[in-house]
Design a protein around this ligand. Structure first.
Ligand code: M6R
Length: 607
């Protein structure tokens, strides 16, 4: 939800800002803007639409400056327009602000400022910030104190970048509940919502915590708390490279990330399996003190968590629930100190998931974060954290984060099963062997790329696509349906195959695509019957199942995508791959901007 970037140094900042904004475009892409200090004045350029519009505008009217802040927007308050684009500024344009987050009490502050004679030039919540900074500056010469007064006045979430013509060599920044990193360079320093924006220039970063304020010149970084105490923070070194955050020859990040899955799954297993044993001993979780587990997540992470529940119950025999974060928070959950709440989030910044984490902690529950982003809010606030090793996921549609989250669930449940003496060594090793075998099997499915592209070309004109499955296959169907909706703009529904005839089958008519996942051996014959039911009502059927079931499905399915044979308990790792490719190619062939589907953003830091 919005990306901010800032530069102070010796280079021309506008190129660095545009470059950084492009890396943050996944966070929002309704409009973009830049503010720089030039000859003691603030110059601004703001453009509705993609960052290329701002880039074009800068080509026509270049800004040359060593200090700038920039923003790419995902609109919350006010339509996407030049006026509502950030940076926002005070009435005499001496202070400019970029903001990621939401100011919840902006309406009452706005009224107060209007009464004080201030005028507004946008419909945004953000604009109250430069105006408050202006107001407090009138009675205070210390801009740090002016910032703290402003932060004490506003409610909500923010990552802020601020420049002020009175301090032409300084960028100020602050955060609460929206991510912000400070990058340390040589004779230059940076701020950004996320590391890829500045990784080309530095891999040394400070992760700002809530209520911290950063003051950057080209050769110094000082960080303060809100009570004027200077803080000494650990400088983190980012281990992944800029190549990992680029498309590396693929037309889209989504395709690249789908193809990275053999590697990311392997890395995730490798990280936690030592000498054929899963090692989570560093976690501070005493299973004797836990009587229930709750997985809480949103979107794709929620769909992954459904697989988590399946394997936790099956293998570790622990009562497990899965909740959508935004619902869970308001459902008066039965949480206490005997509950383990597992927050699953690729970004580690999803506000609903973060709020659920805080609720769980306030009720005395133990919390565990499963996330892909080191130093993210959810990682830092949870009692324990397990990282997925997917590498940076840039496409808005999550793919490799999903399969690495599932890898963590399988390893954790195996670890818990062993702790509870529920599994003998032979079965334990059987799991480990299968974990090792999965990446290669994923790779072999990726080789069906061209066939899947051809199948996708038959879906382009469809308004509706239905997905069917039972138990684990149904959870996969839900993720497949979400992928197709978000990137291909096709209305999809996922149904449990057995529930079809209780209403949904009324929607089946001539030519409607019905995609079935059939991997659960005990249910396969029932599922085949369900395919026959829709086929006889005119549906075009596509089935995804093990190679060995090709003949079994020959009569009921028009199209068949085989996945390598594997024990059906592990099938979820494999059956999702063709479904991701199918969504990708349907989107790409429709000419959609696959990595940045309309109305979406990668990191959802609003409720
Ligand atoms: O960063 P998170 O895993 O917390 O994000 C949760 C959802 O916003 C995310 O999975 C979303 O559904 C994706 N666009 C799915 O592809």
């Amino acid at each position: 939800m919005c990306g901010i970037v800032g530069y102070i140094g010796e280079q021309n900042s506008s190129e660095i800002i545009i470059d950084g904004l492009k890396k943050l475009e996944y966070r929002g892409y309704d409009s973009a803007g830049i503010a720089a200090i030039v000859d003691s004045n603030i110059v601004l350029q703001k453009k509705q639409g993609r960052i290329v519009n701002l880039e074009e505008s800068l080509k026509n009217n270049p800004i040359t400056s060593n200090i700038s802040i920039g923003h790419t927007r995902w609109a919350t308050h006010g339509v996407p327009s030049d006026e509502n684009s950030h940076p926002h500024f005070n009435n005499d344009k001496t202070i400019a602000v970029v903001h990621n987050g939401i100011i919840e009490n902006f309406a009452e502050i706005k009224n107060e400022l209007l009464e004080l004679g201030y005028s507004f030039s946008s419909e945004t919540d953000t604009e109250v910030i430069p105006l408050l900074l202006d107001y407090y500056s009138k009675s205070n010469d210390n801009f740090y104190e002016v910032i703290t007064k402003t932060l004490n006045k506003i409610d909500g979430s923010y990552a802020l970048g601020i420049i002020n013509t009175k301090y032409p060599d300084t960028i100020f920044c602050a955060r609460k509940d929206s991510p912000l990193v400070i990058g340390k360079g040589e004779n230059e320093n940076f701020i950004a919502s996320d590391v890829p924006a500045i990784l080309k220039y530095t891999n040394k970063v400070y992760f700002l915590d809530n209520y911290e304020i950063g003051i950057l010149t080209k050769d110094s970084i000082k960080i303060y708390d809100i009570n004027n105490n200077e803080i000494s923070k650990e400088l983190s070194e980012i281990k992944w490279s800029i190549e990992q955050a680029t498309k590396a020859g693929y037309p889209h990040f989504m395709l690249k990330e789908i193809f990275e899955q053999p590697e990311s799954i392997k890395n995730t297993f490798k990280h936690y399996i030592k000498n054929n044993k899963v090692d989570f001993d560093y976690l501070n979780i005493d299973l004797n003190k836990i009587d229930s587990i709750y997985f809480i997540a949103c979107g794709t992470a929620y769909n992954a968590a459904l697989q988590g529940k399946y394997i936790f119950q099956k293998l570790a025999k622990i009562k497990t629930e899965v909740g959508i974060a935004s619902e869970f928070r308001y459902s008066e959950p039965f949480l206490d100190e005997k509950s383990l709440v597992i927050l699953v989030s690729q970004s580690g910044e999803t506000l609903d998931t973060l709020a659920a984490l805080r609720l769980a902690k306030s009720l005395g529950s133990k919390t565990l974060a499963i996330t892909n982003v080191v130093g993210s809010s959810i990682a830092r606030e949870a009692d324990d954290v397990v990282y997925t090793y997917a590498g940076p996921e840039i496409a808005v549609a999550s793919t490799k984060a999903y399969t690495t989250q599932v890898a963590i669930f399988y390893m954790l449940s195996l670890y818990f099963a062993e702790k509870k003496n529920l599994i003998d060594n032979e079965k334990y090793q059987y799991f480990i062997e299968n974990f090792y075998a999965i990446p290669k099997k994923v790779q072999s499915i990726l080789e069906l790329n061209d066939e899947i592209k051809d199948i996708a070309s038959t879906l382009l004109d469809n308004e509706h696509v239905f997905f069917l499955g039972r138990t684990l296959d149904y959870y996969l169907a839900q993720e497949a349906a979400l992928k197709m909706k978000e990137v291909a703009y096709i209305h999809t529904e996922a149904f449990p195959s057995g529930e079809l005839k209780h209403g949904t089958i009324a929607l089946i008519e001539d030519g409607v695509p019905v995609i079935s996942v059939l991997t659960q051996e005990a249910l396969i014959h029932k599922s085949v019957s369900n395919i026959k039911e829709v086929k006889s009502r005119g549906a075009r059927t596509l089935s995804i199942s093990f190679e060995k079931h090709k003949d079994l499905l020959a009569e009921s399915t028009d199209l068949f995508i085989p996945i390598p044979n594997i024990d059906d308990i592990f099938a979820g790792f494999l059956s999702i791959i063709p479904l991701q490719l199918l969504a990708y190619y349907t989107s790409a062939l429709k000419g959609i901007d696959v990595d940045k589907p309309r109305n979406l953003a990668k990191s959802v830091t609003v409720e």
